[in-house]
Design a protein around this ligand. Structure first.
Ligand SMILES: [Zn+2]
Length: 433
């Protein structure tokens, strides 16, 4: 805070406002964001979609005794699956299912906000967690899930909604900006093959959350539990949160294994889970629980793609098939990454419509069963005197040459037997490389 310059401006008309901020600063009272108006807050409140009736009937309502923190998460799933998991519950490693109620709010990619659990009750959203010596942060906090991935950008609409929501909650509970933390900041893990003591880094959740974009002031200057020796630091997270001007996680390709981006730094505790999928550059697929025996943790090749929360992974991902299908668990981002809105990513909607990526405003807007091809050009239309061979050359029968047969069929070149029998209006798409 520009403390001295504010004091020297004391005689202008902002005096009272500045002075009250100074006093709030001195007394460590909460400061409310000036970015959102009462009208913003009221409008937002009215727009919240009430999802409380969808809660798992086994979820037990327990009134929260204290509210000290607001915890921001990324759901690592698309909207539909996020809403299902937080309301109904999720499968644990031991096969058992949880009782749902895993957040208070969900914010979709378009900014629409859902109320999952009434804010006065406890929601189990932070799991094994610690902040400033206190454990089980779920009991003293409110959870907000942003639909998306910790390695992909959060949308502007989400920043606006989460900003207003945080503002509302801060006023309701008298909380300052330092009360706003991300799940990866507060989660901790038991000792494992990388750490001999309890440590940060169990979760990567919302490490891409840019506080300024939600009009939230700076976070703590240090991790109180690491400083006190209660936990070991996670180097990547401490750089993001407490480093100097290197605040935010790079979102480019950050679910891809490199020398510094390890399975641990992408997946956290889920690194060896059956629901974490490793797609090797050669096309082979392994689940987290297979790596140790089949490959070895030190031998995962660079450029391996890591996908989280893939409950039915193997049947869903045919990695070398150029035609991909969007499902509840595999979003356009899972397949195309930041290329989801490129012209060269082409979508075939269940309705029969074809859209190029540049027409798509967000990857989560695409319905399940939408198919896509990544890195393509076209369409080239087949005419009577313009054959597949004339368009695609010798590659016309290639598995990477894609044919769209109206009204809704999509086929690779190697799956077509009769090239003379292709219907009128057939379109060809060619790979860019
Ligand atoms: Zn989380």
């Amino acid at each position: 805070m520009e403390f001295m310059s504010d004091i020297s401006n004391c005689y202008n008309k902002r005096f009272i406002w500045v002075a009250s901020l100074c006093i709030a600063f001195i007394l460590n009272l909460p400061q409310f964001s000036a970015a959102y108006t009462l009208a913003d807050r009221l409008g937002f409140q009215r727009s919240i979609v009430d999802y409380r009736s969808r809660l798992n009937s086994n979820y037990k309502k327990v009134k929260r005794k204290q509210t000290k923190y607001i915890i921001v998460h990324t759901s690592e799933l698309g909207r539909k699956m996020t809403l299902r998991v937080v309301s109904k519950g999720k499968r644990l490693r031991n096969g058992r299912k949880t009782n749902g109620g895993h957040t208070h709010y969900v914010i979709a990619r378009n900014g629409r906000t859902y109320r999952i659990v009434d804010k006065k009750y406890e929601a189990d959203h932070a799991g094994l967690s610690m902040w400033n010596g206190e454990t089980n942060i779920s009991k003293i906090s409110i959870g907000i899930e942003l639909v998306g991935y910790h390695y992909a950008p959060i949308t502007e609409s989400q920043y606006r909604s989460v900003g207003i929501l945080i503002d509302i909650l801060q006023r309701a509970y008298g909380l300052g900006d330092r009360a706003v933390l991300t799940h990866s900041q507060v989660a901790y893990g038991k000792p494992n093959r990388w750490f001999r003591k309890n440590q940060r880094g169990r979760k990567r959740c919302a490490r891409n959350f840019i506080r300024e974009k939600a009009e939230v002031g700076p976070t703590w200057a240090y991790d109180p539990d690491v400083r006190s020796g209660r936990l070991l630091a996670d180097l990547q997270l401490s750089k993001i949160y407490y480093g100097r001007r290197e605040y935010y996680a790079k979102t480019d390709d950050a679910n891809i294994i490199t020398k510094i981006n390890t399975a641990w730094s992408i997946a956290g505790e889920d690194y060896d889970s059956q629901t974490t999928v490793y797609k090797f550059p050669g096309g082979h697929i392994y689940t987290g629980d297979q790596i140790s025996a089949k490959i070895g943790w030190g031998r995962i090749p660079a450029k391996t793609v890591v996908l989280l929360n893939q409950e039915n992974s193997i049947s869903l991902i045919k990695s070398d098939d150029p035609i991909k299908t969007i499902s509840d668990q595999l979003t356009a981002w899972s397949f195309a990454g930041q290329a989801y809105n490129f012209k060269s990513t082409i979508y075939f909607l269940p309705s029969g419509r074809i859209k190029v990526g540049s027409m798509i405003s967000d990857w989560d807007d695409l319905p399940a069963k939408t198919r896509l091809i990544v890195g393509y050009r076209g369409p080239y239309e087949l005419y009577k005197d313009r054959s597949a061979y004339e368009i695609a050359g010798r590659k016309y029968k290639d598995r990477k040459t894609i044919y769209y047969l109206p009204p809704k069929k999509l086929l690779a070149g190697d799956k077509i037997n009769d090239f003379n029998g292709l219907p009128k209006g057939t379109l060809i798409f060619l790979p860019n490389t």
